[in-house]
Design a protein around this ligand. Structure first.
Ligand code: GLY
Length: 574
């Protein structure tokens, strides 16, 4: 459980203490509080959980000003674009899964698109070999951004406050400055060389003497860009000065044109809806693989008694790995942008198909991944993404996962706009059959085509229990997103953990290729490790898996926020 705080920061413009958000912030577990005591204290029930304390505070302040979850989501998205520039963004994309208090559910796809001039072989040399780094660094790696259109559409359809109110906190943060956390200062220091390699001018994130915790950063150009979006909506980003600034920033090799920008539209899509035991699961449809893969995992899990097996035991890790390798094989083979190639969703979620696929899981030994399906086919995305979950006082809910792809995206900074451009093109299969920068390869379904959306793993998800809102969750983590969301659900539903315990607990992951269980340091003890190796698993230790931010509705209607301790994540509200 994280500590409550008053959000205060230094206003570097007027050099006076600037209290940004005078909101009383109470971090989660309000199960003891009933409606009456909430009314007495005159606070607004609601919960905002995001990767950054300032962004969570902004979202909760919007709820306090009478906004609903969708106004708060727009405010958080824009605030993250300022205070969390490595993944928060206005020049990236993402997915929203929402549930209105009426029970209506839906999704919004604001994923980036390949530019019109993009083509299948754009990252290959004359010998058809992949040119290293071209799809992940610099102007040619940039997809047409979707975030601003997504937020405008979301607000137009479901917001209740004026748009200006939702975007103003981000403008203030950019104009007056914000303080760096230790983790964000370290991250900026880590990327200084790449910033210099991608840009030949000075900009606010450069610091030759190194950033430190508490340093203040102002982004006046970003404040101006956000002002233009406030004043002109789409035209403030996809046309006019901002569009010109974006295209100027890619003057070297970029192929995004004014037409690409003005054509961009996000898409309302039907969610993937399924069930796991008593729970209805509402998740993202393609071009994210998240919803289908999560549903395949959860449906497959119904044939096993995870409660009996226990959390992170040899047996439960082995079964999860076996389910996961099969699901990720399907993911790589069958999933891509449904606007370009039909995705066989019904087949992939058919219970007989899933049962048949999992029928040969042995509890004694592994099934090597090359026996699961021919060919070494897979996609993995960068782990640098971000997620936020929001529930308002009326139980409107939204889960948004949003990304620039890599940390700080392409590293190309729009000098006159004050923001980084994404490197989402690397989420395509740059050359079907050949590994991408993360050592894996992709399939034909996800090959590059003009105007196509690249496959994603983002898995914003909402669960209902007995027809009522139950859980809102998601995480960054590239290909580990799906398995982190899956384990968080199992941890609560099968292993009886509180939401925070479920998030805190160490995760494991298998993605078919490479044929190995990746595990978070401390997830598996040495006896279990030896036993898993004896069964045929290869094991790889990593420091962190996932960064889940979630909200759970308790039986008494109180909201429990769960913020991942792996980052600076904060739950604000009650
Ligand atoms: N770029 C991360 C994802 O889309 O999954």
């Amino acid at each position: 459980m994280k500590q409550g705080f008053f959000c205060a920061r230094k206003c570097v413009v007027c050099n006076m203490r600037y209290v940004s958000l005078m909101v009383l912030i109470i971090f989660f577990c309000c199960s003891g509080q009933n409606e009456k005591s909430l009314e007495k204290e005159n606070r607004v029930r609601g919960m905002v959980v995001s990767a950054h304390p300032e962004a969570s505070a902004v979202g909760y302040a919007i709820l306090e000003q009478g906004g609903n979850a969708y106004d708060a989501a727009v405010a958080v998205q824009f605030a993250l674009a300022v205070v969390y520039p490595r993944a928060g963004n206005i020049a990236g994309g993402g997915f929203a899964v929402f549930r209105l208090n009426s029970g209506k559910t839906g999704t919004l796809d604001f994923r980036e698109k390949a530019p019109i001039q993009a083509h299948r072989n754009m990252y290959l040399d004359q010998d058809s070999s992949v040119i290293e780094g071209l799809s992940s660094f610099g102007s040619l790696s940039v997809g047409v951004p979707g975030t601003v259109d997504g937020m405008l559409q979301l607000h137009k359809k479901y917001g209740v406050l004026p748009f200006e109110m939702a975007i103003q906190p981000a403008i203030d943060l950019a104009a007056y400055g914000f303080a760096l956390t230790k983790k964000e200062a370290d991250k900026l220091n880590q990327y200084q060389d790449e910033f210099l390699r991608a840009n030949n001018f000075d900009f606010p994130f450069l610091n030759s003497s190194g950033w430190a915790e508490g340093d203040s950063i102002r982004l006046p150009m970003l404040a101006k860009t956000l002002e233009r979006i406030k004043d002109h909506g789409r035209g403030g980003f996809y046309a006019g000065e901002t569009a010109k600034n974006i295209i100027d920033a890619m003057h070297d090799v970029g192929i995004i044109t004014p037409e690409d920008l003005s054509n961009y539209q996000s898409v309302w899509r039907e969610p993937i809806i399924g069930s796991y035991k008593d729970f209805k699961v509402v998740a993202m449809s393609p071009p994210s693989s998240g919803g289908i893969a999560l549903m395949q995992l959860l449906q497959g899990s119904q044939s096993f008694d995870f409660k009996r097996m226990g959390h992170n035991t040899v047996e439960s890790i082995h079964v999860m790995a076996e389910l996961e390798r099969r699901v990720y094989a399907d993911r790589a083979t069958y999933l891509g942008d449904p606007d370009f190639n039909p995705v066989p969703t019904d087949m992939l979620l058919d219970s007989a198909y899933i049962a048949n696929r999992n029928a040969r899981i042995s509890l004694e030994k592994t099934t090597p991944s090359d026996q699961i399906r021919e060919g070494k086919v897979d996609v993995i995305e960068s782990v640098e993404t971000t997620h936020f979950s929001i529930v308002d006082k009326q139980n409107n809910a939204i889960a948004i996962t949003t990304t620039l792809n890599g940390n700080f995206g392409s590293k190309v900074f729009v000098e006159k706009g004050g923001f980084f451009l994404n490197n989402e093109m690397d989420d395509f299969s740059v050359k079907p059959g050949v590994p991408n920068q993360y050592g894996l390869v992709g399939a034909e379904m996800n090959s590059i085509q003009s105007g196509k959306r690249m496959l994603s793993s983002m898995t914003p998800t909402i669960l209902e229990k007995n027809g009522e809102l139950y859980m809102v969750l998601g995480t960054p983590g590239g290909s580990t997103i799906i398995t982190s969301v899956y384990q968080t659900i199992l941890n609560v539903v099968e292993h009886g953990m509180t939401l925070q315990q479920a998030i805190d607990s160490k995760k494991v992951h298998h993605q078919w290729q490479p044929d190995a269980i990746t595990y978070e340091r401390g997830a598996i003890d040495s006896a279990a490790r030896n036993e898993l190796i004896r069964m045929g698993h290869e094991l790889r230790e990593v420091q962190f898996i996932g960064r889940v931010d979630a909200v759970l509705m308790n039986n008494n209607g109180s909201l429990e926020g769960g913020a991942d301790p792996r980052g600076d994540d904060a739950a604000v509200g009650f």
